[in-house]
Design a protein around this ligand. Structure first.
Ligand code: FES
Length: 117
């Protein structure tokens, strides 16, 4: 399947650190992901917790711990590193979120992935 690039938004509109959800493709099962901004870097992952496959968030664009230093799954509290997607605490410790290609061009964040989950 060919990957598709989508525009996620402007880097300067994102809090630092902050997150923004995106989806790729139409229909009932689009690919869902999110980006995390940390300074001038962005990281992107599939919105799929490796514990039992729930979406990581319950509220829109809300993926971070209270201190905003890590990603947390709202279902059972798995905690992941922002930079690597590695689970460092919780029920799936040692596993990793699926990374999604992303880059910043002219201040705009782009993500690239499959057109369906
Ligand atoms: S589904 Fe994420 S911690 Fe259980």
């Amino acid at each position: 399947m060919t990957d598709i690039e989508v525009t996620v938004g402007s880097l300067q509109d994102l809090e630092d650190p902050g997150c923004r959800e995106f989806s790729i493709g139409d229909g009932d099962w689009p690919f869902k992901g999110f980006v995390v901004r940390q300074g001038r870097n962005v990281y992107a992952y599939q919105n799929f917790c490796v514990h039992v496959g729930h979406p990581l968030n319950w509220a829109p664009d809300s993926f971070l711990t209270k201190d905003r230093r890590q990603i947390i799954c709202a279902s059972h509290g798995a905690v992941y590193e922002i930079e690597s997607g590695l689970c460092v605490a919780g029920p799936c410790r040692g596993k990793e979120l699926r990374r999604v290609e992303c880059e910043i061009r002219d201040g705009i964040i782009y993500a690239r992935g499959p057109a369906s989950a």
